[in-house]
Design a protein around this ligand. Structure first.
Ligand code: 13P
Length: 255
């Protein structure tokens, strides 16, 4: 059975003081849970504190992006080694907001994933279609293109430990969640694609998360789908009650 993951993507929210408070609250709320991989991905400036507070325990820490070079004159960028040095074990790569606002492409996503894996971080690779693409019947083509582009040139041994997050752009921050059936359909397609590209065994063990307006009220139905192995949570991860609730519901389903 695939161990579920609940990851919070804080995006550009929470200064250091707010982050410390939220991390403390989450820590208290989930201290007894061991059947869910719990991850928080705060903004860069919060990572050092979060990493220290979560150095021991059951919550992992992730960055929201990383650059592919190790160091140098790249103003504004953060390296994989820097993320590791503050306790990160994960990094989100290719989020649709990066694709939309910051020129992220399949090629740059691919380079970041390579750097992340070589540096020892687990990449959480985001894929997903826009509303326009869905309405034009292109969902599967777009998702396939994102997955293939992200993994291009990598063999199975190299990507042993990766996480994929299906995040339909039209469901992000809109309150409009994909229905469990809609999400499951795409997740199953992604797993089939991974099976075609690599081995069935590897595809069956790889975790595929759903993201897009996940909240306490819809996590259960989503998690009951066969190919949904967790959630990448935005808005609902910014308040401890909601995030803890989502984690506990998930934990209960896997008990
Ligand atoms: P929301 O949960 O706010 O829709 O955001 C989802 C997301 O983009 C997580 O990466």
């Amino acid at each position: 059975m695939r161990k579920p993951i609940i990851a919070g993507n804080w995006k550009m929210n929470k200064d250091v003081n707010e982050a410390v408070q939220l991390v403390n609250e989450i820590k208290r709320g989930v201290s007894d849970i061991d059947n869910v991989d719990i991850i928080v991905c705060p903004p860069y400036v919060d990572l050092s504190d979060a990493g220290e507070m979560l150095a021991s325990g059951n919550i992992g820490v992730g960055g929201q992006n990383c650059f592919w070079e190790k160091e140098g004159a790249y103003t504004g960028e953060i390296s994989v080694g820097m993320l590791k040095s503050v306790g990160c074990g994960y990094v989100i790569i290719g989020h649709s907001e990066r694709r939309k606002y910051f020129g992220e492409t399949n090629e740059t996503v691919n380079k970041r994933i390579k750097a992340a894996i070589e540096g020892g971080l687990v990449p959480i690779i985001c894929v997903g279609e826009t509303l326009e693409e869905r309405e034009a019947g292109k969902t599967m083509d777009v998702v396939k293109d994102h997955v293939e582009g992200a993994l291009s040139g990598f063999d199975e041994g190299f990507i042993k430990d990766i996480v994929i997050a299906y995040e339909p752009v039209w469901a992000i921050g809109t309150g409009k969640t994909a229905t469990p059936d809609q999400a499951q359909e795409v997740h199953a397609m992604i797993r089939k694609l991974l099976e075609d590209l690599y081995s069935g065994e590897w595809a069956a063990g790889t975790r595929i998360l759903y993201g897009g307006s996940v909240k306490p009220s819809n996590i259960e139905e989503l998690m009951k789908q066969e190919d949904i192995d967790g959630g990448l949570i935005g808005g609902a991860s910014l308040k401890s009650e909601g995030f803890v609730d989502i984690i506990k519901t998930t934990s209960g389903l896997y008990a």
